[in-house]
Design a protein around this ligand. Structure first.
Ligand code: PXG
Ligand code: PLP
Length: 442
């Protein structure tokens, strides 16, 4: 076992982890195996990546073939077939009109890339003053400087405030008074979108706004599902004022909602879609931006010997990641995993809502294969109860996420009904038999 000292772990309480490490050493299908030989169900799909299950043989074989053929080639001025094949494949899955694909290595890079494309688009149109971005409170768009500026997570912004881009924020779609135990999309609340026009466009004027960037469903802040009609209204307001609309589908893309993209699940077509995570089933880092032909073609100008967009990453469209993604898309299609999500979703919904009567549960919300189960915080210690129940449920054999006091369950698409039942039973047991400091909490 290596020493744990040198590795500064991302988004982790390092000192606490290193005092009581939770190490996984292998995985297959739905489950991890820990260093001490226990099986832990992956209720997070590997941070929303592993929809097809861990170590899917088809994806593993495609990657092995690739590493033995072409280990690396950059896509700066030379190219390799995998990146072109993947972009063509993704364009064919996207809503009509979105058929140009920029490849990157993460969701954070995808967000910063989309913001640069938006700025380049307006500059190409002679409207370079449009440099204000509109995000949403409780939105997460990764950790690049663009993503945190447009994102709405206080903890992720606090230390970096001086380095933000110009951004304003819509209110979160979350309304505990009407949505606490909503099943799927809340019926009420489409009018929350109206503040884009009534407050933000009214204040800044559309002529200064580059793009509106939202997650169709806010994932990492605890699964906040948009009210019926909300996204349609955002689209209509953007159309009315000529604003670009960007959907961050890093979590919702590639099947989580039972469609390839949330844009299709909700019937709303944005101007750009960000993706990452499930696109390669987590087997290699990959992300990207699907861009409308209109935006793309507007940027394609200038002297023919110069790059049209001065942007890209060394590993943009890495051969191994492209091979993983092409195989992942084969699996999503051939095993009809979006169809399996649609079929499993009602059972999943009933199962997570059965937790509504567990002690301290103040909200349960769900869509597709994603759910948030929110607990009342311990007095004066927000986040502690969520972290403690998450640790307790891990000891029982289930990995979940706990943003604040919400437990997030996001099972792989290959889960069965009985897998879901096992996961929910472990959650209930951990909530009902809480660690000592949570006893007596509301
Ligand atoms: N956009 C969205 C909507 C995301 O959920 C990113 C961008 C950034 O992607 P990268 O690949 O740069 O991490 C994300 C990432 C959680 C959790 O606990 C979610 C994410 C990352 C880490 C944890 O839900 N999403
Ligand atoms: N820093 C230095 C010194 C570099 O040379 C490069 C890329 O060439 C980068 C940062 C950016 O790295 P990446 O392209 O992997 O994002």
């Amino acid at each position: 076992m290596p020493s744990l000292d040198a590795f500064w772990m991302p988004f982790t309480p390092n000192r606490q982890f290193k005092a009581a490490p939770r190490l996984v050493v292998s995985a297959e299908g739905l489950a991890y195996r820990t260093a001490d030989g226990r099986e832990v169900l992956d209720g997070t799909s590997g941070l929303w990546c592993v929809g097809a299950g861990h170590r899917h043989p088809r994806i593993a074989e495609a990657m092995k073939r690739q590493i033995d053929t072409l280990d690396f080639a950059s896509n700066f001025q030379v190219g390799h077939p995998g990146a072109f094949a993947l972009a063509e494949r993704i364009a064919a899955l996207a809503p009509p009109g979105l058929d140009r694909v920029f490849l990157v290595n993460s969701g954070s890079e995808a967000c910063d890339t989309a913001m640069k494309i938006a700025l380049a688009y307006w500059r190409s149109r002679g409207e370079g003053q449009r440099n204000l971005f509109v995000g949403r409170e409780r939105g997460f768009h990764g950790v690049g400087f663009g993503g945190i500026s447009v994102g709405g997570m206080t903890n992720n912004r606090r230390a970096f405030g001086g380095a933000m881009l110009r951004a304003d924020h819509l209110r979160s779609t979350w309304d505990p008074r009407t949505q606490a135990f909503a099943r799927g999309q809340p019926a009420e609340g489409a009018a929350m979108a109206d503040e884009l026009e009534a407050r933000i466009v009214a204040l800044h004027d559309a002529s200064n706004i580059a793009a509106v960037i939202v997650e169709p469903v806010a994932g990492s802040t605890g699964v906040l599902v948009p009210p019926v009609g909300y996204l349609q209204r955002l689209r209509a307001i953007c159309d009315r004022h000529g604003l670009l609309l960007v959907f961050d589908e890093v979590i919702t893309g590639f099947g989580r909602l039972g469609a390839m993209f949330a844009a299709q699940a909700f019937g709303v077509v944005p101007d750009m879609i960000l993706f990452a995570k499930t696109v390669s089933n987590g087997a290699a880092p990959l992300g990207g931006v699907i861009v409308s032909r209109k935006v793309h073609d507007t940027v394609m100008h200038g002297p023919p010997h110069l790059a049209e967009l001065m942007h890209g990453y060394t590993c943009s469209g890495h051969p191994l990641a492209c091979a993983a993604a092409l195989a992942t898309i084969d699996v999503l299609e051939q095993e009809d995993l979006p169809g399996r999500v649609r079929e499993l979703a009602p059972h999943f919904e009933a199962a997570v809502h059965s937790l509504a009567d567990a002690p301290g549960v103040v909200s349960v919300r769900n869509i597709g294969l994603a759910a948030g189960i929110e607990l009342a915080p311990l007095p004066g210690e927000p986040g502690r109860r969520g972290a403690e129940v998450q640790a307790a449920v891990f000891d029982r054999g289930l990995l979940t996420r706990a943003p604040g006091d919400t437990l997030v369950l996001a099972p792989p698409f290959i889960s069965t009904r009985s897998d879901i039942d096992r996961m929910v039973a472990m959650l209930r047991a951990a909530i009902e038999d809480p660690p000592p400091s949570s006893r007596g909490a509301p």
